[in-house]
Design a protein around this ligand. Sequence first.
Ligand code: GLN
Length: 187
Amino acid sequence: MKRVGVLALQGDYAAHERAILRAGAEPFEVRTLEDIDAAEALILPGGESTVMGSLLVRFGLLERLVKRIAEGLPVFGTCAGLILLATRVEGYTQPGIGLLDVTVRRNAYGRQVFSFRTPVRTKVPGAEKLEAVFIRAPKIIACGPKVEVLAEYEGSPILVRQGTMLGATFHPELVDGAAIHSYLINL
Ligand code: GLN
């Protein structure tokens, strides 16, 4: 069984652990350098990207994460996790991983009260139709040439892939099924 780490400094990592179990893999919580090294795939959960970024620096985890992801560790960033992965965050210079060639706009749909869920279509096998949950979600406002768009909503990419990196502006861990988690595990 593949051991899938979930960065567990802050945010909705527990929901991802349940999704990993649904996908038939073994989840574990990542808080140390040893945990990062043990992961065969990694999830960066939703939460608050500024908080996660500063905790990564404070706990001395950022460099090792960048190294492993750059070397091809499959990674899936959802919402705040996508913001951490992005090379550019509009209007911010916050610590992050900076490897997924997209520009994101934080809180692009407005405040918490403007969070919503809506049916979307994706190119991921088994997740052709999906209920997407957006919680103070970012928007991907630009993508580099190596980025493949796997789903869009209202003309903006909401699920993207670049090699072994996946990013979603929504929360697939909060709905039934686990097709996108399975996709990550099999990258
Ligand atoms: N608004 C958060 C941020 O900018 C992301 C929200 C989420 O992860 N659900 O980091």
